[in-house]
Design a protein. Structure first.
Length: 447
């Protein structure tokens, strides 16, 4: 493997993410498609990019100890990459420094002495990292797991010292690969046979969810018909919606349709198709959704482009047996999959998103018939976006006819720990486990 070539590829990705505020996935995919790397080089680039971006604030704090002035952005990328390998990697310090100096010479030769001096000083301190006892020092725990202090506090204070720490440790580990079968695109037998080299194993919450033990084998296969990537806990929202044959279901925030396909596959498994209206505000996403549904042959789904805060303009009140709102959120439960977000989100974003979520939940409630179900879902672990939003909705006029319908009988035995005191589902990231997702099922009274 050419370390130099891989390092330059990683630096190009880091530059795009920094310069363009890009998302890691697309930037990484673009580089890997054009750089001509072999499998080992591509794996190195992927790991180092995710590592640097998920620990960005820690790296900047460490480098700031030894930088008298702000470095040029491209040299900052070189320093961050070297700092990550010194603090979190296994390569000898002299090799890390030498490779970083070589990279600096290619980027800006005049800065190579600065890179050499800063990283050598950091290498002397690296054996003492995270500069405190993570068992008792929350700042040290944040440095070790690559999280801002406020996220450390949120997880430990919300989920307790054990589960909170496990969530932080999961954020520092690679995300597991969960998939869902698409029975409309291919038969179960055919899909599982095609995935055999990826070693699929059944996973909660239902029979169509699997985890891949060797996921690279699946994603190398251009023929991916019959399955799609989707976190296991994300699949619980459509499962909790419990769509049944002939019911009218409104899928709000449908995006590119993962949960839409889930909803219809569950309904068909119950005996027959439901009548689903999939709503999203973005024209691009609804166009992709229409193409996807047509390509897979998903039946009885109508796609509607609309502002979800004004659903009454496109759908009749009380038209739905169930409405599922996949609400926009901070994504605090999925940070290991989107490393660039970890250091972009602020505590203020929780309150801002909660206001929007409450508005969307109020609009969705109008669609639910007496006796029907309203499912509220986020991919956040912040109580301010989850239980607090539900409590505020139930206390308001719009939610006065709704009650929490406990999900105890809907969760698989392996996930009983994720049912909170109010009867809602709240998972948190776990190593080799699901991401953090919240699901509340709200039953409308029969009037």
């Amino acid at each position: 493997m050419s370390v130099a070539r891989s390092r330059m590829a990683a630096l190009r990705v880091l530059q795009r993410v920094r310069r363009d505020s890009a998302y890691t996935g697309p930037a990484l995919a673009r580089e890997l498609a054009s750089a001509g790397l072999d499998a080992h080089e591509a794996a190195y680039v992927t790991a180092i990019v995710h590592g640097v971006l998920s620990t960005l604030g820690v790296l900047d704090e460490a480098l700031a100890r030894h930088l008298r002035t702000v470095a040029e952005p491209r040299i900052t990328d070189v320093l961050r990459l070297g700092a990550y390998e010194l603090l979190f990697g296994a390569a000898p310090a002299y090799a890390v420094v030498d490779e970083a100096v070589s990279a600096a010479r290619k980027v800006r030769p005049q800065a190579s002495r600065l890179v050499n001096a800063v990283l050598r000083r950091l290498a002397d301190e690296a054996p003492e990292f995270p500069w405190g006892d993570p068992a008792t020092d929350r700042d040290a725990l944040g440095r070790l797991t690559g999280h801002p202090r406020w996220i450390v506090d949120l997880l430990l204070d919300s989920y307790g010292p054990d589960d909170g720490r496990r969530a932080l440790e999961a954020g520092a580990a690679p995300a597991p690969s969960y998939i869902r079968l698409d029975p409309f695109a291919a038969s179960r037998e055919e899909t599982l046979a095609r995935l055999a080299s990826a070693d699929p194993h059944p996973a909660p919450p239902d029979p169509d969810c699997f985890t891949l033990r060797t996921p690279a084998a699946a994603f190398r296969d251009a023929q991916s018909s019959g399955w799609f990537a989707m976190d296991a806990a994300a699949q619980f929202a459509p499962a909790a919606c419990s769509p049944r044959q002939g019911e009218r279901i409104v899928d709000i925030g449908a995006g590119r349709g993962n949960k839409t396909v889930c909803l219809q596959s569950i309904a068909v498994r119950s005996g027959g198709a439901a009548e689903i209206s999939a709503v999203d505000v973005h024209a691009g996403k609804t166009a992709v959704l229409r193409e996807r549904l047509a390509a897979s042959g998903v039946p009885a789904v109508s796609v509607i482009q609309a502002d979800a805060t004004r659903l009454g303009e496109v759908l009749e009140p009380h038209c739905a047996d169930a409405a599922m709102l996949d609400a926009p959120c901070t994504g605090l439960g999925t940070l290991r999959r989107y490393p660039e977000k970890r250091w972009r989100i602020t505590p203020d974003d929780i309150g801002r998103m909660a206001s929007l979520q409450t508005e969307l939940l109020t609009a969705a409630a109008i669609l639910v018939r007496p006796g029907g179900r309203l499912v509220y879902s986020t991919c956040s672990v912040a109580p301010g976006e989850n239980g607090s939003v539900v409590a505020a909705f139930l206390a308001a006029e719009a939610g006065s006819r709704f009650r929490v319908r406990p999900v105890d009988d809907l969760v698989p035995p392996e996930w009983v720990r994720f049912v909170d005191a109010e009867g809602c589902f709240q998972s948190w990231p776990e190593v080799d486990g699901p991401d953090g997702h919240f699901v509340a099922v709200l039953q409308r009274t029969a009037d």
